[in-house]
Design a protein around this ligand. Structure first.
Ligand code: SF4
Length: 304
């Protein structure tokens, strides 16, 4: 029994087959890093640890990622995930060229654009809206938390109101928006995690990614942790948070992921996210044990 509205079910019902995402580094930078130190957890790769090499063209990256991924799926279709850094941080004509280079590849059926809510202007929204009329189009916004104090600690660089405004504008433009959230940020509690889920529920968000915080050696979080020794989330606490979140999450929201996938060579702490299969298995076991289904806690209420 599927206890939450997962991405693979959405993909199968939309495309009739399994479709994988392949990650691209399209050569962008990030305004939050240029203006300061960037988000505290962000490593040298700009949150794109598994993306292709920026030394290659987008087409070359797609070809090499297909070669790498082809044993995982019988389908020849893929979604191009613009993952590294801020993938709307360029003039709109540059964006148009990069997005359409990916979309013109015969194996690509859609794009997913990772970015910041304070880095999408009207021209970019119009471009994404135009693309969404022909191709599957997702915009992934790094939100992480609704706690404004934590947002300052992690140097997110924008207030909740900016996220809210952009989520509403993207929805109005017909673009599917994914919220990326992190459990275990410095000094946050289970209540903070649930507040973040409630915040998402009240916006026209289409998808969510749940992620635990991990400390990479190449991020400023590494030194911050050594200085503050904030409490690191244990695996059972993360599982509890994800299960409660699924119970609280609006039924229509597509769950893209329930755990992260750290770069094992850079990971300092905690070490349990290295075993992604185990974390996912334990979450699914706990959902079953507690008879949790997505949105169960909302009862008949839609949540919006
Ligand atoms: S917005 Fe993304 S790329 Fe920029 S600093 Fe934050 S995590 Fe890194």
């Amino acid at each position: 029994m599927q206890r939450y509205n997962d991405l693979s079910t959405y993909i199968k019902s939309t495309f009739g087959e399994k479709i994988l995402k392949l990650s691209i580094d399209a050569g962008f930078t990030c305004p939050n890093r240029l203006n300061g130190t960037g988000c505290i957890f962000c490593g040298e790769e700009g949150a794109g640890e598994f993306a292709g090499s920026r030394r290659l063209s987008i087409t070359e990256q797609i070809d090499s990622q297909i070669e790498f991924l082809k044993h995982k799926s019988e389908s020849e279709k893929y979604i191009a995930y613009f993952q590294s850094f801020t993938n709307t941080f360029a003039p709109v004509e540059v964006l148009r060229k990069k997005y359409y280079e990916a979309l013109s590849h015969p194996n690509i059926v859609g794009i997913s654009i990772a970015t910041r809510p304070d880095c999408i202007d009207e021209e970019t929204r119009n471009l994404l809206s135009e693309i969404s009329k022909q191709y599957e189009t997702w915009v992934e916004l790094g939100f992480q938390t609704s706690n404004e104090e934590t947002a300052k600690i992690i140097n997110r660089g924008y207030e909740n109101s900016i996220f809210k405004e952009q989520a509403l504008l993207l929805h109005k433009a017909g673009i599917k928006t994914i919220a990326h959230i992190i459990f275990g940020l410095p000094f946050e509690t289970h209540e903070d995690f649930m507040n973040t889920v409630k915040y998402i529920n009240n916006l026209p968000i289409w998808g969510v990614k749940f992620h635990s915080l991990y400390i990479q050696r190449d991020s400023s979080l590494y030194n911050y942790y050594l200085n503050t020794r904030f409490k690191i989330l244990e695996m059972d606490e993360y599982i509890d948070a994800v299960c409660d979140s699924i119970e609280l999450l609006r039924k229509d929201i597509v769950v893209h992921r329930i755990t992260g996938d750290p770069d094992k060579n850079k990971l300092f702490e905690p070490l349990w996210p290295r075993d992604k299969i185990k974390v996912i298995g334990n979450i699914n076991k706990e959902l079953k044990k507690r008879d949790i289904e997505q949105g169960k806690a909302l009862g008949g209420s839609h949540g919006l």
